[in-house]
Structure formats: structure tokens, C-alpha cells
Design a protein. Structure first.
Length: 140
């Protein structure tokens, strides 16, 4: 996969500003679909530039950004919540508000887990009841 160098000229010397990768390469490196990467961009979670031919180009830091986004999605956060938290991540600060937001998400997930446990227990009760056939039961 070809890496592209974008050189920025300064009065002192030429320095490498960033290494860019195309969207397909980023998708391969992160095991995320091209469609998902476009969605992240639409949601303001990921930024790209365009080549002269119009192709999306991402900084090498986008690999870690996509992995972080995937972790946050995996933790049950919505794209809106992720978008609200990313400025704190970018600034490398943890604010009381960001911790409160994460705690609220954790509480929401704990509530969902409790509800799922209740549903699982009900299913177990039904499975137990149907394992002993009863002629008066309609769902056996």
C-alpha cells in the first residue's frame, strides 16, 4: 500500500508534515469498511483531505483515530456521544463533564444489562416449563 508524503516548505528546511493514506488503505489497515470511514467523516469523527484527483487522503494518525472510534462504538456509545467526547481526547484532557458523560453511558449500559438478564431469566423459565410437556399448554 503506497504511502504519500506531503512536504511543507519552511524557511529553514523541508519537513514532512504528514504521511497520507487513501481510504481503501485505511480501511484495510483498520479492518473497517470504506462505507464506515465515509460515515465517520460525515459525522465529524474523522477528517480527510482530497488529492488533486478527488480521492480522500487521511493522515497516518487516522489509523489510531479509527481504532478509538471502534472502541467507543464497541462500548455502546453513539456517534453523537463520540463526537462530543473527541475534542477532550484531542486536547488530551479529562473534564468533569466528559467523565460525567462516560459515567452516564456506563449507567445506561448497566440498565440494559439488567433488562437483558431479566429477559434471559424469563426465557429460561419458559424453556424449563416446556421441557416438561403439559397437555394444557399451548406453546409446547
Amino acid at each position: 500500500m503506497p504511502l504519500r508524503y506531503d512536504l511543507t516548505l519552511t524557511s529553514e528546511a523541508s519537513v514532512v508534515r504528514w504521511i497520507t493514506v487513501r481510504i481503501g488503505d485505511l480501511a484495510s489497515m483498520t479492518r473497517v469498511s470504506v462505507r464506515a470511514l465515509r460515515y465517520y467523516e460525515e459525522q465529524g469523527l474523522l477528517a480527510s483531505t482530497r488529492s488533486e484527483s478527488g480521492q480522500r487522503l487521511y493522515e497516518n494518525a487516522a489509523v489510531n483515530r479509527v481504532r478509538l472510534i471502534q472502541q467507543l462504538y464497541g462500548a455502546g456509545l453513539s456517534s453523537k456521544t463520540i463526537a462530543e467526547l473527541l475534542p477532550c481526547v484531542d486536547a488530551k484532557v479529562s473534564t468533569p463533564e466528559s467523565r460525567e458523560r462516560l459515567a452516564a453511558e456506563r449507567d445506561r449500559i448497566n440498565t440494559q444489562i439488567a433488562e437483558l438478564i431479566i429477559a434471559r431469566d424469563r426465557l429460561n423459565d419458559i424453556i424449563d416449563a416446556t421441557s416438561r410437556p403439559n397437555p394444557e399448554c399451548d406453546y409446547v
